[in-house]
Design a protein around this ligand. Structure first.
Ligand SMILES: [Zn+2]
Length: 127
């Protein structure tokens, strides 16, 4: 019983990555059509640490959904984007480590996330 519940939960967590991968592959298929290429060799994707996407689940979902698509033999290259923030008090821009959103210069907590939320296909290699 417990096992079944755990499996269901795991599926729910992955749903987000599944839908992202489906739209990723749809994008590749459209790009392949537009450029009249037969197969995609490599897909480069940038995943921000605050994008809400788990890169591990994303890769698992990708391997599952790429079967019999234009991406079937395409490698997925995931580029992780670190989190960066700008202090609204002193305008200092700093890397955010361990989700600590405090300006290292003036200790203000009034900070704005400037990087880390990206979820983007940056580059598609095709043949
Ligand atoms: Zn500051």
């Amino acid at each position: 019983m417990t096992e079944i519940q755990e499996n269901v939960l795991a599926e729910e967590i992955r749903m987000h990555e599944y839908s992202i991968v489906q739209s990723l592959i749809a994008t590749c298929a459209r790009v392949a059509r537009e450029h009249t290429v037969e197969r995609i060799v490599k897909v480069h994707i940038t995943v921000g640490k605050m994008s809400g996407v788990d890169p591990h689940f994303l890769e698992t979902a990708y391997r599952f959904f790429r079967e019999e698509t234009v991406c079937e033999h395409a490698e997925l290259a995931v580029d992780i984007e670190e989190i960066e923030a700008r202090c609204e008090e002193c305008t200092n821009i700093f890397p955010v480590k361990d989700l600590c959103f405090v300006c290292p210069v003036c200790k203000s907590q009034q900070v704005l996330v400037t990087k880390g939320k990206t979820l983007l296909v940056t580059h598609i290699e095709a043949q």
